[in-house]
Ligand binder design. Structure first.
Ligand SMILES: Nc1ncnc2c1ncn2[C@@H]1O[C@H](COP(=O)(O)OP(=O)(O)OP(=O)(O)O)[C@@H](O)[C@H]1O
Ligand SMILES: [Mg+2]
Length: 510
């Protein structure tokens, strides 16, 4: 008997079917991958299974018995937990407080108040049992993405979950952190926990899962054992067509081009960046790679002017900026594609069109009146270029799938036609198909003489898109390498064994 069996599930919003006739089963101790293009319905499926959305049709059986999940509580009571795509922790609560959130706190019989000691002991025991390190005293907002993910898993294990949904858990994790997570998942599996795993990183599937279910446009196109398929066939099943590889970047001759950005000895007030040296020429894509906490995001933020610096120099187009700010960045044609799309990049209750055209609204303004037809035309253009899955450009970005929101963020950056893109994990949560599209668009931009700083924790991706690569560690740039012929092993060597002489490589090309 399957742990969970779903048959003929239908879900619609308004008159649009988001899921139709989806059937699926999962066994105890199985890791089952769920894949599909952005907007295919993966998160919606999870929301139904966790009682957030009610389906319009279909049946759900839990250990052979028909159940109706009217609320998240119902799902939790059965033993179904979810680790969210957009993490659901209270930012200013500590690890321990989040761990017991919404649960029955251990209380004293005759004395009100929470028994922190007991909670802490129980939490420590669980951590030891699972072999993971989660800081219980830290506030969730100060934790790294891995710590937050592990905390959520800890919470799920604590309440005795038998089925765990993970929605793109590794989207912002580095390779090492991913290993930690995988070890934990395999451990849980060996204990009989069933796991449904959603990801756009296909190689993860082949390492972790036994079976793979592919969704396309809200329909299940197949469930296979992993040795029945390979990456290419999976992509074909997801997209319903073949993917044209974008190929390695053209060995662009940029060495004689002027420097667009020069950063020397940069240090931020909070010391997240301690000493950074980078330079980018016109038409160049510079990759920035490093382990978690290396200071990559902070470096971009300092250049963009939202994280104060206390030492070092930032030169844009040959001009030193004493104190960069978003205003000076706008003036100099610098745009930041931030990592945290919900917090920084999108206005959730505005439409897709409004979000995309916001930075350039004045371009459509004639005598104080917005020329909507032109604005709509441009927005439409980007929606089709980036394959943003939506009914209309007037839909609010709130209801878009995670990956499609990321595409809107990217469109918004493209439309302002900057000279310098600062991209922080721009393909986070974006499906494989669109990922190559984003790479292609950035290369087009470079060929047109624009420059890009490209931060990613996916090494393969950085090597695919960048001309040159800078490695960061502990807030410092430790090496600078030409991407031509560069292998992943060579880069990892630099990361793990920080060599003294690597210092002399910095700025070697200058
Ligand atoms: N509340 C809602 N109202 C209307 N449409 C919605 C709502 N929630 C989701 N949708 C639509 O349902 C479709 C499926 O979304 P879902 O989030 O399930 O996709 P996904 O497979 O998780 O994609 P991604 O890989 O980008 O996360 C999308 O086209 C989305 O716009
Ligand atoms: Mg999703």
């Amino acid at each position: 008997m399957s742990l969970l069996k779903v048959s003929e599930l239908d879900k619609r919003f308004g008159k649009n079917y988001i899921l139709s006739g989806v059937s699926l089963s999962i066994e105890s101790g199985e890791i089952h991958a769920l894949v599909g293009e952005n907007g295919a319905g993966k998160s919606t499926f999870i929301k139904i299974m966790t009682g957030v959305y009610q389906p319009e049709g279909g049946e759900i059986f839990w250990q052979g018995e028909k159940v109706v999940l009217k609320s998240p509580r119902d799902a939790r009571d059965l033993g179904i937990s979810v680790i969210h795509q957009d993490r659901h922790l209270v930012p200013y609560f500590t690890g321990l407080e989040n761990l017991y959130l919404g649960a029955n706190y251990p209380k004293r019989k005759f004395w009100p108040g929470i028994r922190w000691g007991i909670m802490r002991e129980e939490a420590e025991r669980l951590k030891a049992q699972l072999g993971i390190e989660v800081p219980l005293e830290k506030q969730a907002q100060d934790m790294s993405p891995t710590e937050r993910t592990l905390l959520e898993i800890l919470r799920a294990v604590r309440v005795g979950s038998k089925l765990l949904f993970l929605d793109e858990p590794t989207a912002s994790l580095t390779d090492q952190e991913t290993e930690t997570l995988f070890r934990l998942l395999l451990h849980l599996k060996s204990q009989g926990t069933a796991i449904i795993y959603v990801t756009h990183r296909l190689d993860e599937i082949f390492r972790l899962a036994e079976r793979i279910t592919v969704l396309r446009n809200g329909q299940r196109v197949g469930t296979m054992f992993k040795d029945e398929v390979n990456k290419d066939t999976l992509i074909q099943l997801m997209a319903g067509r073949e993917l044209v590889a974008s190929g390695p970047p053209k060995a662009q001759k940029v060495n004689d081009q002027p420097l667009v950005l020069e950063v020397k000895g940069l240090q931020t007030v909070d010391k997240r960046v301690k000493h950074a040296d980078i330079s980018v020429r016109k038409g160049e894509i510079l990759g920035v790679y490093g382990l978690a906490g290396a200071g990559r995001t902070e470096l971009l933020e300092a250049i963009y002017g939202i994280r104060p610096k206390c030492a070092g120099e930032i030169k844009l187009n040959g001009k030193a900026l004493s104190r960069p700010s978003p205003v000076s960045s706008l003036r100099e044609g610098v745009v930041l594609v931030p990592e945290d799309r919900r917090g920084q990049a999108l206005i959730m209750d505005m439409s897709i069109r409004e979000n995309i055209t916001l930075p350039v609204l004045r371009h459509y303004t004639v005598g104080g009146v917005i020329a909507h037809s032109q604005e709509r035309r441009e927005a439409k253009d980007f929606i089709s270029k980036l394959k943003i899955k939506t009914e209309s450009q007037e839909q609010s970005v709130q209801v878009l799938s995670g990956g499609n929101q990321q595409k809107v963020v990217f469109a918004k950056a493209l439309i302002s036609r900057p000279g310098l893109f600062l991209c922080d994990e721009p393909t986070q949560g974006v499906d494989v198909m669109t990922r190559s599209e984003i790479h292609r668009l950035l290369r087009d931009q470079a060929e047109q003489g624009r420059s890009v700083v490209y931060v990613s924790s996916d090494l393969e991706e950085v090597l695919e898109v960048a001309h040159r690569l800078v490695i960061m560690q502990d807030g410092e740039t430790i090496a600078e390498l030409s991407a031509e012929g560069l292998t992943q092993e060579a880069v990892l060597q630099h990361c793990y064994h920080r060599r003294k002489e690597s210092e002399s490589l910095i700025g070697g090309e200058r």
